[in-house]
Design a protein around this ligand. Structure first.
Ligand SMILES: Nc1ncnc2c1ncn2[C@@H]1O[C@H](COP(=O)(O)OP(=O)(O)O)[C@@H](O)[C@H]1O
Ligand SMILES: [Mg+2]
Length: 292
């Protein structure tokens, strides 16, 4: 395939830059930065020199594996050490999570699934899919105006949980509080159509569950355990709903056969940056085994 030229910068976030692909506005070039972030808090952001390279390898091999399994993604092909070509998407502002094991914020909402520290976490026979609304500074807007506002990041209300995603009007809930907690309800509703566009919850559940099954079958061959992961969906120029953004070592919890974390969770847990870099290298090397 001929080379794709970088056009203008369309978007820049904490970990990536998105460029137009010159001559084809249905495509975009995603370029990784070396930043590693945590807790949505810039003061936790660090860098290491190989982060972009390892993340790009990981995401490229993951998406190749999903594309080969017939799961719709925005990924087209890896372009360089730190860039890949993707369908240029309008992003759906949801964080969609799938869980094979009960850990993390799930346990805050469902402490009944907690296990003793020396035991492995609870395994869901049927993977659990959850939806969180992607908010920024406590709110979300679209072209027509405010969808929700006034959530308090200091109270942990950012990226609220949607307990009833299949209903037309979503209730918003605190992402880390039990149902029975009087502060669980955020007393706000959102019109789901404004967030979903022409996408549906059912097709996202289907795609993320298939992605989990495809990825865990790869990892289990190498004695790694995929605990959970988070993705974002987007709408392509030809109105298809696809897994977009990235799936890399920041997106999941991945553990080795002894249940030791090898993913970004180690960074959130305060691991030394040199050890984190080794883990990203290990995962990128492992993903190269998935080359199709
Ligand atoms: N294929 C794509 N098409 C268009 N935008 C994308 C695509 N993939 C990712 N993006 C967007 O690029 C932006 C930059 O990514 P990122 O650095 O992760 O941002 P953030 O810090 O907001 O998470 C995000 O808004 C993300 O949704
Ligand atoms: Mg992001």
């Amino acid at each position: 395939m001929t080379d794709v030229k970088k056009g203008k910068l369309l978007n820049e976030g904490k970990t990536k830059k998105i460029f137009a692909a010159e001559g084809d506005d249905s495509l975009a070039i995603v370029e990784y930065k070396n930043a590693i972030t945590a807790f949505d808090d810039p003061s936790f952001t660090k860098e290491f020199a190989t982060k972009a390279k390892y993340s790009n390898i990981t995401t490229s091999r993951v998406f190749e594996l999903l594309n080969a399994a017939g799961i719709p993604t925005a990924f087209v092909r890896q372009l360089s050490d730190t860039e890949f070509l993707a369908k240029n998407c309008t992003m759906i502002p949801l964080e969609v999570v799938v869980r094979r094991y009960a850990v993390g914020s799930f346990l805050k909402r469902h402490p009944e699934f907690a296990k003793a520290e020396n035991e492995p976490p609870h395994r869901f026979e049927q993977p659990v899919v959850e939806f969180f609304l992607k908010t920024t500074r406590g709110g979300l807007k679209d072209a027509e105006g405010v969808i929700v506002e006034g959530l308090d990041p200091k109270k942990g209300e950012e990226d609220p949980f949607i307990p009833n995603p299949h209903e037309a009007e979503w209730k918003l809930a605190h992402p880390k509080r039990q149902d029975s907690d009087p502060e669980a309800s955020l007393s706000r509703t959102v019109d789901s159509r404004r967030v979903l566009g022409n996408g549906t919850i059912a097709e996202m559940e289907d795609a993320i569950t298939k992605a989990l099954v495809a990825l865990e079958s790869f990892f289990s061959k190498h004695q790694f355990k995929l605990i959970d992961f988070k993705i974002e969906f987007g709408t392509t120029k030809d109105s298809k709903i696809v897994i977009s953004d990235v799936i890399d070592n920041d997106s999941w919890r991945l553990r080795d056969k002894d249940w030791n974390d090898v993913s970004k969770q180690s960074f959130r847990d305060g691991g030394a940056l040199s050890e984190i870099e080794d883990k990203y290298a290990l995962v990128a090397e492992l993903m190269q085994e998935a080359s199709v």
